[in-house]
Write a protein that binds this ligand. Structure first.
Ligand SMILES: Cc1cc2nc3c(=O)[nH]c(=O)nc-3n(C[C@H](O)[C@H](O)[C@H](O)COP(=O)(O)OP(=O)(O)OC[C@H]3O[C@@H](n4cnc5c(N)ncnc54)[C@H](O)[C@@H]3O)c2cc1C
Length: 400
């Protein structure tokens, strides 16, 4: 490795041990910085659906991190997904090669791999959260909910859609988070349908329920999407979120009642709005945002995790290339990533309409489209278009 340790701005605090945070910690450490990660959860959070990596840019970053083989080993290997009617009878099929990426892994497995890759070199502080960031000419004074105050040179908000660093350094969430009129819940449950590397989807107007096998069919993921105006609820109150979900899906048929029953025992219930994040700039003095905190593209884009991993690579690389000068490094990071992030966000346009059709007619049209999809000559163009967006960045080699 050619990168020399950088004396300037070495001590960097990262908020969030999801995907972007540990990926950034990996690259910062490799470039000679000393990252510390603070995570509000008591450990690395399991849960979430399967995330896709597509195209050369994504795979190059995974390869350069040395985790490509680990991800391949734990890939989901999912086949086609089937739309069913209320009786569970097949209506149409969504071919795997149209929508899956080159490599698909459960988000929780990816988070664990990233933590394992960095755990011995990076200090992780779990069960804690930043309460204030006070900047001066030489660095930042940070206070925490539990730990004693500490000084760092820089702070990175890699703490997701509802970023704490963004709220502290940039302003209230309402200015930056744009809801897309949908909510989503996902949790692990038993594979009671005996699904074999496949999944089933059932939609009624404004609602989508899906269940698909995971971890070599030993378990399943239950996933719910529903259209709703903005909801107000406590993000830490899982029971309240479960009540909202149960009400939204009351009276819906197919496997829905069984899945809603199972949700009470889920170890990893996840509930959130489907939203994007739009900010005019991603850095403010010595604080900078990364991943969903900066530019969440939403699950509808299928790009959020790749975007976070690439952002981590570029942010650490540009900081290193600038000798740790945060003004230069942050500006170059943003310059390199802006258009790319915009493209990823754009790929979510209109997806909600066909994923969760509002009317029976729209649902019928969607199903007819899926029925025809395997036979239409432009079938490959969909996957090609998504891959093009994922690949629309030229990665520098920061270690040359
Ligand atoms: C449990 C979980 C399940 C998810 N499931 C899905 C899914 O099914 N579909 C989907 O599209 N996306 C899901 N996501 C979001 C997805 O992981 C991201 O879109 C993407 O991977 C980008 O990652 P990120 O690291 O920027 O954000 P995230 O993966 O969201 O990571 C952010 C991290 O910051 C932590 N954090 C939050 N607040 C604080 C705080 N105050 N202090 C310290 N740490 C904090 C969170 O606990 C989390 O670990 C999920 C995220 C989580 C945390």
């Amino acid at each position: 490795m050619n990168t020399t340790p950088r004396p300037k701005n070495k001590n960097i605090l990262i908020s969030g041990a999801g995907v972007a945070g540990p990926a950034l910690a990996y690259w910062l450490h490799r470039h000679g910085f000393t990252p510390t990660v603070v995570e509000s959860a008591p450990g690395v959070r399991d849960g979430g659906y399967a995330v896709d990596f597509r195209g050369e840019a994504h795979l190059t970053v995974l390869d350069r991190m040395g985790i490509l083989a680990d991800i391949r080993r734990e890939r989901t290997n999912m086949g086609a997904m089937t739309y069913v009617n209320e009786a569970g009878k097949k209506i149409s099929s969504m071919p795997a090669d149209v929508f899956s990426g080159d490599l698909e892994i459960l988000r929780g497995d990816l988070a664990r791999i990233l933590y394992e890759r960095t755990g011995k070199d990076v200090e992780y502080v779990f069960d804690d959260s930043i309460t204030s960031i006070t900047e001066d000419a030489k660095g930042v004074q940070v206070t925490f909910e539990r730990s004693a105050p500490r000084r760092f040179d820089l702070v990175v908000g890699a703490d997701g859609l509802h970023s704490n660093v963004r709220a502290l350094a940039f302003g209230p969430e309402s200015r930056f988070v744009k809801g897309m009129g949908l909510y989503c819940a996902i949790f692990t449950t038993a594979n009671h349908l005996g699904l074999d590397h496949t999944g089933q989807l059932y939609n009624t107007p404004g609602r989508l329920v899906s269940v698909y096998s995971a971890r070599k069919n030993t378990e399943a993921k239950a996933m719910f999407y529903f259209g709703s105006p903005s909801l107000s609820y406590d993000r830490r109150d899982v029971e309240q979120q479960q009540r909202i979900l149960a009400e939204a899906f009351a009276g819906i048929g197919w496997e829905t009642p069984r899945l809603l029953d199972a949700m009470r025992d889920a170890r990893d219930f996840y509930f959130d709005s489907i939203s994007q994040v739009h900010l005019d700039r991603w850095s403010q003095g010595r604080s900078v945002l990364l991943g969903d905190a900066a530019c969440c593209a939403s699950p509808l884009s299928g790009m959020g995790t790749g975007l976070a991993m690439i952002g981590a690579y570029v942010l650490a690389g540009e900081l290193a290339a600038a000798g740790g000068d945060h003004r230069v490094g942050f500006a170059r990071y943003e310059e390199a990533m802006r258009e790319y992030a915009k493209g990823c966000q754009k790929s979510a346009d209109g997806v909600g309409d066909w994923m969760v059709p509002e009317s029976r007619l729209k649902a019928w049209i969607v199903n007819q489209n899926y029925k025809l999809l395997p036979y239409v000559p432009w079938k490959g163009l969909i996957a090609k278009g998504i891959r093009k967006t994922a690949n629309a960045i030229t990665l520098k080699d920061y270690e040359r």
